[in-house]
Design a binder for this molecule. Structure first.
Ligand SMILES: [Zn+2]
Length: 272
């Protein structure tokens, strides 16, 4: 038996294992940097694309609170109205839709963005996967080109591979990223008198691959106050709804925030 070949085998195995480890280490070592200085931005147009009323507040409510005022303009697109999200069987989808739209408007009052412009695409809640994706993409492209936002917040479809498995969130993430990308290509979905537009800043929330971290401690109470307006989504109103009732418990709101974002006092984003 050739001794050189014996010596070569462990070396080959070592190189092979190194090849497996190094790319993983590169991912772990990726630095998370501070988010842009939102609290000094002024006269900007901000667009948020949210699958349901509440994802906007949970995912980037702190950033939006820091951006409020200073002549910044906020536009929020809800792809669905979350009209099927209740455990109360005595409610109808029409009733929940009405409640959710009122709660979303109230949440921006509480957040300090009373002039936020809320746009409802009204695709069916829980069935966004089956809504016409091309139609949604074209509507978003048209909106982006017309309003030319300085920054877009949307759900993260994943930088390396697709991660989301929660209904509506996966479709929202993909269709938002596709629309943001398509907006810059003039031959895609051309409209008379509307030019292509490359969005300068795209920040994805609900991310598993964060590259930016934003401290929101000084506006966290406002974020919670805004989320509390979505009363119908938390106990006891989510089980048995009454037009008036106590606000949600902080622990229930924070449980959802941590479930979806992993933290309360910071918000994480993946910068495109
Ligand atoms: Zn949602």
């Amino acid at each position: 038996m050739n001794q050189a070949r014996h010596a070569y085998r462990p070396f080959k195995a070592f190189v092979f294992i190194l090849g497996l480890i190094l790319p993983a280490c590169a991912g772990i070592g990726q630095a998370v940097r501070p988010a842009p200085p939102f609290r000094t931005w002024y006269d900007k147009t901000i667009l948020v694309i949210s699958p349901h009323p509440d994802d906007d507040i949970i995912g980037c409510g702190g950033a939006l609170a820091l951006l409020s005022g200073r002549d910044n303009r906020l536009l929020v697109v809800y792809l669905t109205a979350g009209e099927n999200g209740t455990f109360d069987p005595s409610l109808t989808t029409d009733a929940v839709r009405t409640i959710r739209k009122r709660e979303a408007a109230d949440s921006y009052q509480a957040l300090g963005f009373p002039n936020a412009e809320l746009l409802w695409f009204d695709y069916p809640d829980g069935e966004l996967d089956f809504a016409p994706q091309l139609e949604i993409r074209r509507k978003l492209v048209s909106l982006i080109r017309l309003r030319r936002p300085d920054v877009i917040f949307a759900l993260d479809p994943g930088g390396k591979f697709y991660r989301y498995h929660y209904r509506d969130h996966r479709s929202a993430a993909l269709v938002s990223a596709d629309a943001i990308g398509a907006s810059m290509w003039p031959l895609l979905y051309p409209e008379p008198g509307v030019g292509a537009f490359r969005v300068p800043e795209v920040l994805y929330f609900y991310t598993a691959e964060p590259t930016l971290e934003l401290q929101i401690s000084d506006v966290y109470e406002r974020k919670l106050a805004a989320l509390a307006q979505h009363r119908s989504q938390f106990p006891p109103a989510s089980d048995q709804y009454h037009p008036t009732g106590p606000p949600p418990h902080q622990k229930d709101m924070e449980q959802l925030i941590v479930l979806l974002t992993g933290a309360t006092n910071v918000e994480h984003f993946r910068k495109r």
